[in-house]
Write a protein of this length. Structure first.
Length: 243
């Protein structure tokens, strides 16, 4: 079972056993660290990792940090208040939390993010360099954009791909109206030109948010395929046991 740690900053789940294991940082959507993300934290830890999901809204009042999937207006308002500089601090704090855990092998740290967290997962591989061994980006909106959608989004992800040392897995829905094919191509072209280790998978018929079973956009076939893809990728780059 998971628990809140670091004075409520992050939700953490531990795997069974006693040996050294990898660590993974999970980065939330605009709707907060809700039931879906707490469950996902526990599920990924069961693969053999210490998993932590930081509350990137911890600077907001408690009552605003988790938003219903039906309340997109509040979620977007919360997202618009976020600053890349603060997110960078929070992700670094989550990585420190993992590295300070005696069970975690600090040389095997991954990050996975969804939607706004997908963009931040990509950025974290630039911000933290070799501290991040591999990163998974689920429908990260704005990775291929030339400027941020909100004033606090000051980073241009594709401007700094040369800093990436991590292996990358980027997962998209073909029917995602927020991330058109040309943006996905820009991301692929930039990473390929820079000689980075990456794989992009696009799932037919899936839209934005397809992985979350609590969203109306949930696409069972794509979600199951993406989870299998992610598990194989993390297994290869982190040395997880074969399921």
């Amino acid at each position: 079972m998971g628990e809140w740690v670091d004075r409520g900053f992050a939700f953490r789940a531990m795997p069974e056993g006693k040996g050294k294991v990898p660590g993974i940082v999970i980065l939330m959507e605009a709707y907060g660290v809700n039931k879906h993300f707490r469950g996902l934290t526990e599920r990924l830890s069961s693969w053999g990792m210490v998993a932590v999901t930081p509350d990137l809204y911890h600077r907001l009042p408690q009552e605003r940090r988790v938003v219903s999937y039906e309340d997109r207006e509040t979620a977007m308002n919360n997202l618009s208040r976020m600053k890349d500089a603060e997110a960078r601090e929070d992700i670094a704090r989550a990585v420190r939390l993992l590295k300070e855990d005696p069970r975690v092998d600090g040389g095997r740290i991954a990050v996975v993010g969804f939607c706004m967290g997908g963009r931040l997962a990509f950025l974290s591989s630039e911000w933290l360099g070799r501290e991040i061994h591999c990163a998974v980006c689920f429908y990260g909106g704005g990775i291929g954009a030339q400027k941020g959608y909100f004033p606090g989004h000051t980073e241009v992800p594709l401007a700094h791909v040369g800093k990436i040392d991590a292996s990358l897995l980027l997962l998209y829905g073909e029917a995602d109206s927020f991330i058109p094919a040309e943006e996905r191509k820009a991301v692929s072209d930039s990473l390929q030109k820079a000689g980075k280790k990456f794989r992009i998978v696009t799932y037919p018929g899936a839209g934005h948010g397809f992985f979350c079973e609590d969203r109306s956009a949930y696409h069972k076939e794509a979600a199951e395929a993406a989870e299998k893809e992610m598990r194989s990728f993390l297994g290869g780059c982190l040395g997880l046991p074969v399921s």
